[in-house]
Each structure stands twice: as structure tokens, then as C-alpha cells.
Design a binder for this molecule. Structure first.
Ligand code: FAD
Length: 493
């Protein structure tokens, strides 16, 4: 018999990927109902907890997400950490499709001695979470009592960290930055921030807007880049437009005078982190970071993908350099992890690439490309796992901005729509291949109740949102984020 019940779709994660996939699906599949699961009581993922507080315009995407959430065919189910609080196997039977959009929950490590120390060494992920009010990092309490900070990594996240460390707190406190972060930053003695990369200026991954912002920070000078590091003029003039502008901006530097600017920053190239060192007199005080000098592949020094190797002294030893630091941040990328129970659904997480194996269009596949990035496996061996999809950073790896995440999430939603149409054509039993109960959250709820979970709804989020805005208004900021789950739940009574 033909079933005319709605198509039930679960989305795991309420960041940009989850919301854009839901938006597209609700628009194109008129009989779809979407349940969005989120481990925190509140939505929006890195739009709320990653994007810098002084970039409010980037958070405008939250208005679109709110429109999506107001659809009668959308349910928000917050405060449920899928795979931990509730097994994936408990939700699978109730859905026709599941979209994994849970982002990247870890960060990459450097693997150098001293990196795991409990004092003065932080991941950019933790620091960003701390100033943005992410409950997981509420108590980070970074040590900002010295003058020198070192950040390893030269992407936009590294520049976000540098900017927050060097910005005037009077400017920052008008943003939605966490209050406790402002209190701490107001006592910061950091005067100098060095943003260090393994390769050269042409291989750095920050973009023009973020660089320009840093070069224009009031009261902050920029150390000119040494000539021998900079690519020659004829190379710069032959670059594609965006990269050429970036190089020209770097060469021009900042107009802030180092003699009158109380703070400074630099971009230090061709240095690979080697080890972290503490002061012999103060075992809790980081004293310096040791770096090994690198050189670019002489046969191809000006390509964006140019490789580096350690620079050798005439003795054959590596050339080492110490940079003073009282606090150290690594900002070399985020990393997705497998959710517990993915294997019960037949998913073999690709740990090397940190992604759920997929066909590039968001369909989860049984076999991943585990060889070299270039070597695609024999396509005839790849099969789709019906009803399972992925989007965002867990689909394509933790790179790309909200706009590219949107495009990618749309592709995934379109795949679902196509597959549903194909399924409807090929069988009279529209939803038969997955044997789904079609109950969605109504079916899962029973199991959540049995486990004593306290899911939050969209209405609950609206209450938390209103409380944050009200308290923010009194302090002259857009919102005053609640940074503990207990505080959020307290608002709900
Ligand atoms: P996320 O945004 O990480 O969303 C994943 C969601 O899944 C989270 O809400 C998480 O809590 C939830 N989740 C995780 N595990 C579970 C689970 N087990 N059960 C239920 N839910 C779970 N892009 C820009 O365009 N402009 C910027 O200025 C910008 N700034 C950035 C700054 C930083 C520090 C970072 C890290 C990224 C920035 N980006 C920016 C990039 C942008 O944030 C990403 O492209 C985008 O957020 C990726 O979306 P996503 O949905 O895949 O992941």
C-alpha cells in the first residue's frame, strides 16, 4: 500500500550546515518534517561560538536560521548529545533520512613537547570558545599576565585570536563577547603578539579583510616583513588579483608608528614549532617557544602548495630560534571525530581525513578514499548507505566559511530530494527501503524520557535568547551570553 505520511528527516547539529540543509529541504520537499538535534541547549554552532564577537554582520545568518526554525515543519531538539546521551541506533528507525552536520568537535595538535601542559598553552579552539561563552571552555582562564603571546598558524582564526588579544577592551565590551572574558582581557598585560607560520607569505591562509583589520588596529604597530622573506616584485605582479592585493597589503604594512603604539604584532614566516619551555624559577611560567627555521622548496618557492624542509647550518644541524612567550596558542585547524555508534549504522568514519565518507554530494558511502588524496578508490566499489547523509565540516573537512558551508549543505539537501524522488519512482512503497517508522521525534521522545533527558525546544531557546538580550541591553551590548548549561536551563524554570 502507498504511504502518504510525511518524510521524516533528522539533522544532527544546528550549525550553518544543519540549518542551510534544513532550509533547502523544507523548501524543496513539501512533505518533509525536520527534527534538528543539538548537543547544547542553544542553536547555531560556530555562528554563535566561533565567529568573532566584533564581526556581528557575519552572524546575520542567524536571522535566516530563525526563519527556518519558525516553520511548522521544523522541530529543534536541543540539549541532546547524540551518540552519548542517546544512541544513534535509537533514532535511526524513526527517520527516512539522517543528515550528519555535527561539525568539528576537536582541534589539531602539533605533537611537540610541552604542548599538553596545563598552564599557558591553549588551542585557538578553546580560547575562541572561552571568549564566545562556549560552556565547554567557560573556565579556561588563560594566563595573560606576561607581555608576549605566540600563536602558531596563519589562518583567519589565528588572526581572530591576535585581534582579540590586542583590541581595546572598551571596543570589545560593546560586542556580545563574554563578560568574564572582558574582565580578564582588561587585566591583560600582553603587548606583543607573534603569529608564526611554517611556510612563507604566499602560503599563508588568512584573507584580505582579516589582514586589513589587523593592520588598522588602533594603537598596534606591525613589524615589517624582512625583504628576504618576501616574494620578488615580478612574482607578486604575476599573481592572481586577490593574492596580489594580499601581498601588496603585507608589503605596505601598518601606518601605526612603532614608537608611539603601545602594542605590536608580527607575522613570522618559515618557522616550525619545536618545543615549549618553562622558566626554571617559575615552573608555571612559560618562557619561550623554540622553533626550527624552514626553507621553501628551492625548485618551487612561490607556489601556494610549496613544501618546506628544515634549514641546515653548515654543521648539518637544524637552525633553531627561541621566541619569548608567556602564553601560547596553536591554531592549526579543527578536526571532526566519529560520533559513537556511527559503526552501528554501517558508517566507517575516515579518521585520516576527519570526515564521514561521502560521494561529494552528501550521500554517505560505505567506502572512503583512504589512500592519497588524489587516489580515488574504484567507484564501482563504493555504495551509498541509504537514508544517510552529511553536510558541512564533517562532510568536507574543517575548512571554508559560512557561504561555502551553505552551498555544500544545499547540495546535500538536493541529493535527498533526488533520492526520494527516485525511490518514489522505483517502488510503490514510498518509504519502504529504510523501513522507517515515520514517527520522527515522537518515536525518539519516549527513549529520551526513559533516559531522563531534558530536551530544549525552539520556544526554550527563545526564552534563553530573550534573557540574554535583556541582560545585554542593561550593559550596552547586543546580548550577555549565558555560558553555563545550568544557567541556560535555570532560565527555563
Ligand atoms: P558547526 O558550526 O560547528 O556546527 C555543528 C553543530 O553540531 C554545533 O552546534 C555542535 O554543538 C553540534 N553537535 C556536535 N556534536 C553533536 C552531537 N553529538 N549531537 C548533537 N549536536 C552536535 N565563517 C565565516 O563565514 N565568517 C567568519 O567570520 C567565520 N569565523 C570563524 C571563526 C572560527 C573560530 C571558526 C572555527 C570558524 C569560522 N567560520 C567563519 C567558519 C564557519 O564557522 C564554518 O564554515 C561553519 O560554522 C561550519 O558549519 P557546520 O554546521 O559544519 O559546523
Amino acid at each position: 500500500a502507498q504511504t502518504d505520511r510525511p518524510v521524516r528527516v533528522a539533522v544532527v547539529g544546528s550549525g550553518p550546515a544543519g540549518f542551510y540543509a534544513a532550509y533547502r529541504l523544507l523548501a524543496k520537499q513539501k512533505d518533509a518534517i525536520v527534527d534538528m538535534y543539538e548537543k547544547l541547549p542553544v542553536p547555531f554552532g560556530l555562528a554563535r561560538y566561533g565567529v568573532a564577537p566584533d564581526h556581528p554582520e557575519v552572524k546575520n545568518c542567524e536571522d535566516k536560521f530563525t526563519e527556518v526554525a519558525e516553520s511548522a515543519r521544523f522541530n529543534f531538539v536541543g540539549n541532546i548529545d547524540l551518540g552519548h546521551d542517546l544512541p544513534l541506533a535509537a533514532i535511526k528507525p524513526h527517520y527516512d533520512a539522517i543528515i550528519f552536520a555535527y561539525g568539528a568537535t576537536k582541534d589539531k595538535e602539533l605533537g611537540i613537547p610541552g604542548e599538553r601542559a596545563l598552564h599557558s598553552v591553549h588551542s585557538a579552539r578553546a580560547f575562541v570558545g572561552w571568549y564566545n561563552g562556549l560552556p565547554e571552555h567557560r573556565d579556561l582562564d588563560p594566563d595573560l599576565s606576561g607581555e608576549n603571546a605566540v600563536i602558531v598558524g596563519q589562518g583567519n582564526v589565528a588572526l581572530d585570536v591576535a585581534r582579540i588579544l590586542l583590541s581595546d577592551v572598551n571596543t570589545l565590551q560593546k560586542t556580545d563577547i563574554a563578560d568574564y572574558a572582558i574582565e580578564k582581557l582588561a587585566t591583560s598585560r600582553i603587548k606583543r603578539v607573534r603569529v608564526v607560520g611554517r611556510r612563507g607569505p604566499l602560503q599563508a591562509s588568512f584573507t584580505i579583510k582579516e589582514l586589513r583589520e589587523m593592520l588598522q588596529l588602533p594603537g598596534v604597530s606591525f613589524d615589517p616583513i624582512p625583504d628576504d622573506i618576501f616574494p620578488p616584485e615580478e612574482v607578486v605582479s604575476a599573481l592572481p588579483r586577490a593574492q596580489k592585493r594580499l601581498m601588496q597589503l603585507l608589503a605596505k604594512g601598518s601606518s601605526n608608528d612603532p614608537l608611539t603604539s603601545p602594542k605590536s604584532w608580527s607575522l613570522d614566516f618559515l618557522l616550525a614549532p619545536d618545543s615549549l619551555h618553562w622558566s626554571p624559577d617559575h615552573p608555571y611560567h612559560l618562557s619561550h617557544v623554540k622553533f626550527s627555521r624552514n626553507e621553501l622548496d628551492p625548485s618551487d618557492p612561490y607556489s601556494p602548495s610549496s613544501k618546506v624542509s628544515p634549514k641546515r647550518l653548515s654543521s648539518g644541524k637544524r637552525a633553531l630560534v627561541n621566541i619569548p612567550a608567556c602564553v601560547f596558542f596553536r591554531s592549526v585547524g579543527y578536526k571532526s571525530l566519529p560520533l559513537p555508534g556511527l559503526e552501528d549504522l554501517g558508517i566507517d568514519f575516515d579518521a585520516r581525513r576527519g570526515i564521514i565518507p561521502n560521494d561529494g554530494f552528501g550521500r554517505v558511502t560505505s567506502l572512503s578514499n583512504k589512500g592519497e588524496p588524489e587516489s580515488l578508490p574504484d567507484r564501482s566499489l563504493i555504495s551509498h548507505l541509504p537514508g544517510l547523509y552529511c553536510a558541512g565540516w564533517v562532510k568536507r573537512g574543517p575548512t571554508g566559511v559560512i557561504a561555502s558551508t551553505m552551498t555544500d549543505a544545499f547540495t546535500t539537501a538536493d541529493s535527498i530530494v533526488q533520492d526520494l524522488a527516485k525511490r518514489a519512482e522505483s517502488t510503490s512503497l514510498l518509504h519502504a527501503p529504510n523501513h522507517s517508522s515515520g514517527l520522527g521525534w515522537d518515536g525518539v521522545k519516549i527513549e529520551a524520557q526513559r533516559r531522563g533527558l531534558r530536551p530544549t525546544s525552539w520556544k526554550d531557546w527563545q526564552k534563553i535568547d530573550a534573557a540574554e538580550r535583556k541582560s545585554g541591553q542593561l550593559k550596552g551590548k547586543p546580548r550577555d551570553k549565558l555560558a553555563r548549561v545550568e544557567e541556560m536551563l535555570k532560565v527555563l524554570g
